[in-house]
Each structure stands twice: as C-alpha cells, then as structure tokens.
Design a protein around this ligand. Structure first.
Ligand code: THU
Length: 125
C-alpha cells in the first residue's frame, strides 16, 4: 500500500477524534501484515488524565482483536506531531521497527518517515 493511502485512512480516523479540551485532533491508521487497516483517534475526557492518544487507541484495538503483526503506521495531526513518549514505548513493544509516516493530513505527498529506533533510543524492556 502506498504511504499516502495509509495517510488518507489516518485522516478519516482524525475526523472521529474527541478533542474538545485541547482541540488537537489526531488520527492514526495501522496497516497489518494481512493488509487490514486499524483506525485510532485521540479520545479526551473531562477527567484529563483519562485521555488516550490516537496511536494507542489503534494499537490496543488491534491487539484486542488478536492482531500482532504490522507493516506500517500513519499519524496525522495539524502540526505533523510525532508520537508522545508513552506512545513511543507502546509502538516499540507492539509495532516494532515499522515505518512511521507522519503527516499534517493536507499535503499528502509531503509526509515524514521515522523509525522507532530513532524516536526511542535505548528503550525500556
Ligand atoms: N495526542 C495524541 O493523540 N497522540 C500523541 O502522540 C500526542 C498527543 C493527543 C492527546 C490529546 O488528546 C491531544 O493530542 C493533546 O495532547
């Protein structure tokens, strides 16, 4: 699958973000080894620490469906934000060294490609 197609899936997921406190809308799409797409969006709570990031929603959703092998992840936010610390840890543990495409969801061909070994050197575990 072309990275821009996975980014388009992340844009769909971003439209479902529940981010009324931060107004920072994040969408994620994971491509599984079986070529399934798993979506995730950030979901905020009035009890702020209960908020969960788009990346972990997608990864936990996949794992809960017994899907454990992945090819790539796309992450979309208006500032092309890279994953936060806790999401980097979970990406390291569950996705491994797959390409991480980061995009603002607007200029679809202008995405960044990262790998978790660079985003999270010397990981715990
Ligand atoms: N957020 C994500 O969804 N992923 C990240 O990697 C960083 C932050 C969300 C959490 C919160 O809903 C909003 O962005 C602002 O922090």
């Amino acid at each position: 699958m072309d990275p821009t197609d996975l980014i388009k899936e992340a844009v769909k997921a971003q439209s479902r973000a529940q981010a009324k406190y931060s107004k920072f809308y994040v969408g994620t799409a994971i491509l599984t080894n079986d070529n399934k797409i798993i979506h995730g969006c950030n979901i905020e709570s009035a009890a702020y620490p209960s908020t969960i990031c788009a990346e972990r929603v997608a990864i936990y959703s996949a794992v809960s469906q017994n899907i454990l092998d992945f090819k790539a992840i796309a992450i979309v936010s208006k500032e092309s934000a890279k994953p936060c610390g806790p999401c980097r840890q979970i990406i390291h543990e569950y996705l491994g060294n797959v390409p991480i495409y980061v995009s603002d969801g607007k200029e679809l061909n202008n995405y960044e490609t990262h790998f978790i070994k660079d985003l999270l050197p010397h990981p715990f575990g």
